[in-house]
Design a protein around this ligand. Structure first.
Ligand SMILES: Cc1ncc(COP(=O)(O)O)c(C=O)c1O
Length: 404
């Protein structure tokens, strides 16, 4: 039985987004689908399967455990870790053929030793710090670093990458980072004596804005889930939203003029009010900052969130939807009756980024996966995991259509 609050994941929309992105890239440019943090809350296994099935060549995660989860599901595609990999996990990386970021010589030595001990190679991407000042070898130190790598057997250098700090807001800094990257890669290749096969720098913000930075591969997360504010643009077809958050109205009751609702009494009814309760809250990752600020859709109409969002309950004002009934579906993210609430609407109200909003949706919310009718891409990609697909959202959509 489905809990009456759930996330719907449209795997056909995800496949379309991969396909849309691929349609603007050159044939040699690869897509590295970023599926860290449980694919930004969408579910790492089904998302990875569908992204690969739709044309992504590679996957990127943050931590080793996430890569191991994909390998356990039978994924044989290249999977890279974006985050720092501690030296002690080098044997796991080598054994599972997980691509590690090379960020210092200690890590490089650990990987070299693990590869030699296993009689194989360790696939790695050199990470260059071009101005983010987070992970990576400083650009001006890349020559000596690569000289030192030449002394380490067993490393297979498959890629080189950097990360932009401000690709959505600062073209000058972003292009300066790109220029620094190009210079550093030239120095790295001179020191190594060969061309590094895969150069990649673009997160979603840069993928949308800077085609000159697509290089050998792009590395988007948010764009594939259709959640950034700029889901398309000059160089990109419009991306589709993949995720919707819904809940059924659990209780409807009156709140009389002057009465307050919820913790700390932050909202009082200015007049007799129809109060609706939804059985989800901040314990599900629905941000408490949306209290008295956010909206949900009921019967295709906006209903304000009133009072403080609780751990397990959210209260909404149904006064303007007199026909709403217990059991009706409320949309917290998604579309209903021509109205729409986007992930970035929530993110804006919470003063955060879309990536945080979706990655915080907790495991307590069931994920309901579906494909649009006849979408063989999704069925084939899920193969023996096809049982993950549900027809519940189709029923739900039929239900919400009935009510307009
Ligand atoms: C190194 C790196 N590359 C790519 C991405 C994908 O970012 P986005 O979701 O903005 O596309 C991230 C996400 O934080 C990242 O850390």
């Amino acid at each position: 039985m489905l809990r009456p609050a759930w996330l719907e994941i449209n795997l056909s929309a995800l496949a379309d987004n991969v396909h849309n992105l691929q349609s603007v890239l050159s044939p040699h440019q690869q897509i590295i689908a970023v599926v860290k943090a449980n694919a930004y809350g969408h579910g790492a296994v089904p998302v990875s399967r569908v992204a690969l099935g739709a044309g992504a060549e590679r996957l990127a995660v943050a931590i080793v455990e996430e890569a191991v989860e994909l390998r356990a599901d039978g994924c044989t595609a290249p999977v890279m870790c974006l985050g720092a990999t501690p030296p002690e996990v080098a044997p796991v990386l080598v054994e599972q053929h997980i691509e590690a970021p090379l960020t210092d010589l200690t890590g490089a030595r650990a990987l070299s030793e693990a590869a030699c001990a296993a009689g194989t190679t360790a696939p790695v991407h050199i990470k260059i710090d071009t101005g983010m000042h987070r992970l990576g070898v400083r650009a001006e130190e890349i020559g000596p670093f690569c000289e030192a790598l030449r002394e380490l057997p067993g490393l297979e250098i498959v890629g080189v990458f950097t990360h932009f700090s401000s690709s959505q807001i600062d073209p000058e800094f972003t292009l300066a980072q790109l220029a620094t990257f190009r210079t550093a890669v030239a120095e790295a290749e001179q020191a190594l004596g060969f061309r590094i096969p895969l150069r990649h720098v673009c997160n979603s913000g840069a993928t949308v804005r800077y085609p000159e930075a697509w290089l050998d591969a792009v590395r988007p997360g948010a764009l594939l889930y259709g959640i950034p504010r700029d889901r398309g643009g000059l160089y990109m077809p419009e991306m589709r939203s993949v995720l919707a958050l819904k809940a059924r109205l659990a209780v409807i009751k009156p709140l009389y003029a002057g009465e307050s609702v919820g913790y700390d009494r932050t909202w009082s009814a200015p007049h007799d009010t129809r109060l609706g309760l939804l059985s989800l809250g901040y314990g599900d990752g629905y941000d408490r900052l949306l209290s008295n600020r956010g909206h949900v859709l009921v019967q295709g109409r906006q209903c304000g969130i009133i009072g403080r969002i609780c751990m397990d309950t959210t209260m909404v004002d149904l006064t303007n939807v007199p026909e709403a009934q217990v059991g009706d579906t409320a949309v917290l993210v998604g579309e209903q009756g021509g109205e729409r609430i986007r992930v970035h609407d929530l993110a804006d109200l919470c003063d955060t980024v879309v990536q945080e909003t979706v990655s915080r949706f907790s495991s307590r919310l069931p994920r309901v996966y579906y494909a649009e009718p006849g979408d063989e891409r999704v069925y084939n990609a899920l193969a023996e995991r096809r049982s993950l697909l549900s027809d519940a959202p189709l029923r739900d959509r039929a239900n919400s259509c009935q009510h307009g």
